[in-house]
Ligand binder design. Structure first.
Ligand code: NAP
Length: 320
């Protein structure tokens, strides 16, 4: 046991903010698998984290020992590019309220979830943690990224000024159970699963996908990401954030072929080049995570199969 790391116990009361989302639900599953017994969560309807007084009343009543901040207003390229004010403002509100309460109510460990959109658009690839704030951001999700940068810096500042054990991680693109399949707000992989599935069911001849298919992207199965988060809660205490990814990439066109084959759609793919591509390449450097002792286990082919199986089994309750 490393005595320099703030230890969390299996009996600690752990609050997972956003416990029904893609990330939060996977973290709940991982914590349960690893023997943590005292887990709490609140839905958005039960506790709106943008409301400062409500968040304070919740912490005052529940007094969690450990917190994971996986609640956020999240969306794809389209939603982000048309509503930058909402993405920036609501995420800053959520983060400020939860992080400050974690400090005031002496939460012994906090894990803040950001995402790799915090890095400069033209960051050298693969992207190392120290590429943060070295250049301009991708314009389409700048509001969201600015909020996330503020959140991870705030955690670091509380650690530096007060010695709080507040850590941050930056997962790459995720997919898996409880993903968002609503086309106006979903990410690329769940959007493909839904589009190919519906085309297969309706007998359509083609499926339209956004952009050129040329950007390079990395994808991590949500349960792998969650295991990495629990690992960091147990083994990491540094001020700098940690990337979570596979370190492997493929083109969006190659991803489309994989999802198409997994779903069993036999028609054509048509690329709509009028829609934006986003950053040309985004691959995380995961050396720091590997040095800490964690590696992903689920490869993309298996993960897409698992995600599609979940989608088919939960089609009536999935976010559509
Ligand atoms: N998905 C990815 O590929 C990815 C990649 C890297 C990092 N991340 C990070 O992981 C975190 C969670 O993302 P996700 O993909 O899990 O998103 P998600 O599936 O949309 O889940 C977000 C969760 O936050 C809750 N929430 C949103 N606004 C809230 C509010 N005002 N008050 C209380 N709860 C609120 C949502 O509750 P409702 O559903 O009830 O609104 C939902 O449970 C984000 O910080 C994101 O940056 C995600």
């Amino acid at each position: 046991m490393n005595r320099d790391i703030c230890q969390i116990e299996k009996t600690d009361k752990i609050y997972v903010a956003g416990h029904r989302g893609l990330v939060g639900s996977a973290i709940m599953r991982s914590l349960k698998r690893q023997g943590y017994q005292n887990l709490i969560g609140r839905t958005h309807a039960e506790l709106d984290l943008t409301q400062q007084e409500a968040v304070r009343a919740f912490f005052d009543k529940e007094r969690p020992d450990v917190a994971v901040l996986a609640a956020a207003k999240v969306g794809g390229i389209h939603a982000n590019s048309v509503s930058p004010a909402d993405f920036a403002y609501e995420n800053m509100q959520i983060q400020c309220n939860v992080i400050k309460c974690c400090h005031d109510y002496k939460v012994k460990k906090l894990l803040f979830l950001g995402s790799t959109c915090i890095y400069p658009k033209m960051a050298p690839q693969p992207i190392r943690e120290d590429a943060l704030l070295t250049g301009p951001l991708e314009e389409t999700n700048e509001g969201y990224a600015i909020a996330k940068i503020a959140g991870l810096k705030l955690c670091g500042y509380f650690k530096r000024q007060y010695g709080d054990h507040f850590i941050s991680c930056m997962p790459t693109n995720l997919y898996g159970p409880y993903d968002n399949y609503e086309l106006s707000g979903s990410h690329v992989l769940p959007a493909m699963i839904r589009k190919f599935h519906e085309a297969k069911c309706s007998g359509a001849e083609s499926v339209e996908l956004w952009g050129s298919g040329t950007p390079l992207r990395e994808f991590l199965y949500a349960d792998d990401m969650a295991d990495a988060c629990v690992y960091l809660l147990e083994h990491y205490d540094g001020e700098e954030h940690v990337n979570i990814g596979t370190g492997k990439e493929l083109t969006i066109a190659a991803l489309a072929e994989l999802v198409k084959d997994t779903v069993g759609f036999t028609g054509r793919i048509e690329w709509n080049r009028d829609m934006p591509d986003g950053t040309p390449r985004k691959l995380t450097d995961v050396s720091k995570l590997h040095e800490l002792g964690w590696r992903h286990k689920i490869e993309l082919e298996e993960g897409v199969r698992l995600a599609y199986d979940w989608f088919c089994e939960n089609i009536d309750s999935a976010r559509m």
